[in-house]
Design a protein around this ligand. Sequence first.
Ligand SMILES: Nc1nc2c(ncn2[C@@H]2O[C@H](COP(=O)(O)OP(=O)(O)OP(=O)(O)O)[C@@H](O)[C@H]2O)c(=O)[nH]1
Ligand SMILES: [Mg+2]
Length: 462
Amino acid sequence: MNNFYSDIHDTIAAISTPVGRGAISIIRLSGSITFGIFKKIFISDLKSQNINNPGTYTGKIVNYNKAVDHVVIMAKKGPKSYTGEDLIEVHCHGNPLITNVILNLLISHGARMAGPGEFTLRAFLNNKIDLIQAEAVNDLIISNTYLSAQIALDYLKGKLSREIDSIDKFLKELLINLEVLIDHCEDNSLSIDLKEIKKKIKNRIIRIDNLINSYDIGEQIKKGINISIVGKTNVGKSSLFNLLIKRDKAIISPTPGTTRDIIEEYIELNNCLIKITDTAGVKEAANFIEKEALKRTARSIKDANILLIMFDNSIKLNKNDLMLAEQVSKSNIYKIIIVNKCELNSKIDFKKVRKLFLESNILRISVSRETGIKKLEHAITAFTEKFDIKKNLIINNIRHKNILINVNKHLNNIIKSIENNFYYDIICSDLRKAVDELGSLTGKYTTENMLEDIFSKFCIGK
Ligand SMILES: Nc1nc2c(ncn2[C@@H]2O[C@H](COP(=O)(O)OP(=O)(O)OP(=O)(O)O)[C@@H](O)[C@H]2O)c(=O)[nH]1
Ligand SMILES: [Mg+2]
């Protein structure tokens, strides 16, 4: 990776569209000599036109007077551009042979290849966006679901930054007031209402806690919700798995104990990414393989956000059902109880199933007839309703979570200091630490390592 700080005055170039052929490709150039380079390699269709000014132009890219391509260019002058610098985007025909020639031409005239995310890094360093927004740019590109893309877009528009800035502003004002008091301790006309301050800090602690607690949901939205299908052998777990993923992935057979390994697949439901896991049926393990299979089932149960617990309508409950119930009934994981093979005569004791899980809502389905599946999908969607990104501010970045935990540690120290009538200096020291932490969140205080860590995950050209 380039040394961002020493190379910050270079003019950088990169192909911003994916490698390969397409209708168009876009090449970006940003930096102080951008317009100078273009004057040497671009001839506008309107001969009189001189590309000194921002605007959209059509014309030829030329290499030693030979046309390379007929292109559209969009020229912007800093600071009114994405990077905050002079920036030109070339929209050329989408052939790698053409894009590479144009890129090499830009480099031969004084630009250098941009590093990953370097255009966005410049936008950040030129105060066009803060660090949270810069991270959102990448999240928007790598999002796997519409919902996580929506969160990234909210961040990019500054939804999280505004909340952080408002907390930051409050803490900084408080710090200034306390410092004035410390400096003028002999002046009795200056005072501060500590009871009121305690109340306001507690309010900020709650707001930050809400953000910290939203991380689990944010992570589920980003990485996918884990749904594990569990039940004794032969209840139809693999059949349901295949039906939900709409593909014949897991082996199905009337022989109990068919599935041994964990089988996983991603689907999208209600804009959410969902990882469905088919597991080995619960039974008394007779050998090493079965023991290992059950260990894997147990692990899948532990990692699940939703458990689909399956029973067989056509046979009586047996000790394997009870063993499974024992294993899962006490956990807090969201459970959906399903009885399968409901097109067959019923031998199962529904009352007992309800009692086992203290759950009155049992979904009756038949995988063979494909009945009850819509209701099952609705039950899964009910779980995702808490992912209300319009109402709630949700974080999904572990860096943000860790910083916010630290901020609240300092704010809780301040509450203790107020309650114990400690010196203002001690309160100020924690306030400064909290403000510094928030600064590293938005990027007011950064280190080169931190920026490298964040921007190295970006693609080149963004
Ligand atoms: N009648 C009927 N049979 C079904 C239904 N769903 C699955 N089966 C059958 O039940 C048998 C077992 O199905 P699987 O999907 O392999 O069951 P499993 O729970 O994955 O079994 P293990 O992997 O052994 O734990 C197969 O013969 C399926 O065709 C259903 O709704 N009705
Ligand atoms: Mg199976």
